[in-house]
Ligand binder design. Structure first.
Ligand SMILES: Cc1cc2nc3c(=O)[nH]c(=O)nc-3n(C[C@H](O)[C@H](O)[C@H](O)COP(=O)(O)OP(=O)(O)OC[C@H]3O[C@@H](n4cnc5c(N)ncnc54)[C@H](O)[C@@H]3O)c2cc1C
Length: 661
């Protein structure tokens, strides 16, 4: 370590701290030379280099200089500010200095990791540091702000992600509103027979959690409901929820099911992936929570033709109410957890696979329902003509890892494909073919499950399926399917005759993800799922402070990862509630009212809804709590009235001059 001291200019005293980052920076850049050159600049009082500036010893060097040498501006030359800026800001804060009197020069990602070792890399680091020194002279203290947090949380979506998050928060005796748009909570997990890799019965592990939700006094469950409007900001969101009319009085209904039994009208059951039927008045599945039916207005003959009312005649509790209307309920919450899950890919457009045309080609979700004891066949696998299938082909990556549909991997399909092999063998003892591109079994116990299924004499064919066609009818066995596929291990085309085929379809963003994103001001990544704040370091938070995303609405994942993510988001919401306040970003837009021409261009452009027009003063104003400092407004303002704190023209020009001159 070398230490260089010097006399500061005027009353600005700059300390420069150059980090070796082990060998990360020091093997490419001459860090001692960078510190020495910084010291030669008149404005710098002290310049040091140290092996790990982020370590407690490195931080102490800065702390001591602030306390003992009166350093009042700090430049840290190290890694990206995204990683350690907050750490160094805390050092300033703890030493009694405003944290915004810091500037970070990124000499790792923007220099050492990009260039060959040598004088040119060192020269670039020198210039980045000089730019930071010239810039920090123009920094001035920025007032930090905090907002109170209202102690209630909204969870949107009652699949396993939403259930887990709601229970975690409610078990800490904090109020949770759980809003689910279907008549029951449960999500996709309620549709499965068994879950990989342990083959637990899905209902057996999910139903107790659903019952806990119903019993927990801290959970306000709102099913058959949707969030239609959200305003406010972290700590204080105002939410409008539409409770759709069930046409059944929830307070009177005893869940006896007589209305369902007596209803004479049937339609396809969405819960059974349209393979089974349900009544016009229905509960989606036997373990539904709440166990209160809904009348489907689109299918009910009374609503369509004005006659029937069979349900009303038989309901002893007098719970049927055809006059019921949608209700709009206002909620006040401090945090929001979004857990709206996924849709499955519709394989109809891949016409060569015959889905929708060939009756014995199913999707994975349909196969789940065929296997389930509560499904349309009572758990018996049956072909369209009622026979039990003797052979099955399971096709991986349908709509996933395919540039024509979704480029991403859906992460759970390899595993549920293996699950289907096991279930098919268990139920029929027949032949199973797995047609796969790569096997991806990366979770705990997953590789072991793969080995177990291999031991069950399943045939694995590595290749991409070309077509599924109907073979000529066979007098003994009826119509068979013929699969044509390239076997890349054998190096040739193979034809596989089977009775049944299952297409393991991609997990996709919900069809209404854009609408939900707009209501909540969430970003979406290229694949359409909601975007997290940081893919590695902050995968549950979003750019909208106080709003978290969990489960498959963030990206495809299995149940264990979903549950872990839901618990993580619950911990974040609880941390806000326990502290009772939240610090919000200080780097926000500022409007010079004397220059504002009242054109309102900024109002419409702000992606966070942070700018509003003050009709009385005839100027635009910024809500600093909502503002994220993106400077879209500043770039668009035709009067040059808007600047962003810590990104003033003088700061930016000084930095450019420092780097170039
Ligand atoms: C065929 C198949 C088989 C699988 N098998 C397994 C397995 O064996 N093991 C395993 O670990 N994983 C399995 N998975 C993955 C598993 O389904 C997911 O990990 C899990 O369901 C994710 O839960 P979630 O709560 O995020 O989403 P979902 O289960 O989709 O739940 C989301 C909930 O939000 C509700 N919702 C949606 N939009 C709104 C809105 N705007 N307002 C209010 N509510 C809304 C929905 O109605 C739903 O109830 C499988 C996936 C598929 C496709």
């Amino acid at each position: 370590m070398s230490i260089l001291k010097g006399k500061p200019d005027d009353d600005i005293k700059i300390g420069v701290y150059v980090c070796h980052c082990g060998h990360n920076i020091a093997s490419t850049v001459d860090v001692e030379e960078v510190a020495r050159r910084a010291k030669e600049l008149g404005e710098v009082s002290v310049a040091r280099d140290y092996v790990y500036m982020c370590s407690s010893k490195g931080q102490n060097l800065i702390r001591q200089d602030i306390m003992q040498l009166g350093i009042n501006r700090v430049v840290v030359a190290a890694c990206s500010p995204r990683l350690y800026e907050q750490t160094f800001q805390n050092v300033l804060r703890e030493s009694g200095l405003n944290p915004y009197l810091l500037q970070v020069a990124n000499i790792r990602e923007q220099c050492a990791w990009l260039h060959e070792p040598g004088p040119l890399a060192t020269e670039k680091a020198n210039r980045l540091v000089k730019g930071a020194i010239k810039r920090v002279i123009h920094h001035s203290p920025i007032e930090e702000q905090s907002v109170p947090v209202f102690p209630a949380t909204l969870v949107i979506g009652g699949g396993i992600a939403g259930i887990q998050a709601a229970l975690e928060i409610a078990n800490s005796q904090q109020i949770v509103y759980l809003v689910e748009r279907e008549p029951s909570i449960g999500g996709h997990m309620a549709q499965f027979d068994k879950t990989f890799p342990t083959l637990d019965c899905s209902a057996c592990i999910l139903t107790p959690k659903m019952n806990e939700v119903a019993r927990n006094p801290y959970i306000r469950l709102m099913t058959y409901s949707e969030v239609v409007e959200v305003s406010g900001y972290v700590g204080n969101f105002n939410v409008k929820v539409r409770r759709k009319a069930r046409y059944i009085d929830e307070d009177k209904c005893v869940g006896c099911g007589i209305c369902v039994e007596k209803c004479p009208w049937s339609t396809e059951s969405e819960f059974d992936a349209d393979l089974g039927v349900r009544k016009a008045v229905y509960t989606p599945f036997p373990q539904a929570i709440p166990n209160i039916p809904v009348i489907d207005k689109e299918r009910c003959v009374y609503f369509l033709k004005g006659k029937c009312r069979a349900c009303e005649k038989f309901c002893e509790a007098k719970a049927i109410n055809f006059q019921q209307e949608d209700l709009f309920i206002e909620l006040h919450v401090g945090a929001i957890i979004v857990a709206t899950g996924y849709d499955v890919f519709d394989p109809t457009p891949i016409s060569q696979y015959g889905y929708g045309r060939l009756p014995n080609v199913f999707t994975s979700l349909e196969f789940e329902r065929l296997c389930s004891p509560s499904g349309p066949t009572g758990g018996q696998l049956k072909l369209a003509d009622g026979r039990e299938p003797k052979s099955l082909a399971v096709i991986h990556c349908v709509g996933s890892r395919d540039q024509n549909y979704n480029a991403y991997c859906s992460r759970v399909c390899c595993m549920h494909s293996l699950k289907y092999s096991h279930l098919f063998k268990e139920k029929t003892g027949g032949e199973v073919y797995q047609i796969y591109i790569d096997m991806r079994c990366t979770g705990k116990g997953y590789e072991e499950f793969y080995e177990r299924v291999q031991g069950e004499h399943v045939r694995f064919i590595r290749g991409k399926l070309a077509t599924i066609t109907a073979d000529s009818p066979d007098s003994e066995t009826g119509e068979k399917l013929s699969l044509s596929c390239e076997d890349t291990l054998l190096g040739g085309l193979v034809n596989i005759p089977v009775d049944m085929a299952v297409l393991c379809v991609a997990l996709e963003p919900r069809h209404d993800a854009e609408q939900v994103a707009q209501i909540l001001r969430l970003g979406r990544s290229r694949d359409g799922f909601f975007m997290e704040r940081h893919p590695k370091l902050d995968p549950v938070a979003t750019m909208s402070e106080g709003i978290f995303i969990v489960g498959c609405c963030q990206g495809p994942k299995d149940i264990p990862d979903t549950v872990a993510q839901a618990s993580a988001a619950a911990a974040r919401a609880l941390a806000m509630i326990v502290r009772g306040k939240m610090e919000t970003g200080a780097i926000t837009a500022a409007i010079d009212e004397t220059l504002c021409s009242a054109c309102k261009v900024c109002n419409a452009l702000c992606p966070y809804g942070a700018i509003f027009f003050d009709e009385v003063s005839n100027v635009s104003r910024v809500n600093r709590i909502l503002c994220k400092g993106c400077n879209v407004c500043g770039a668009a303002c035709p009067s040059g009235a808007i600047s962003t704190r810590n990104f003033s023209e003088s700061q930016i020009l000084a930095e450019i001059e420092g780097v170039l001159v």
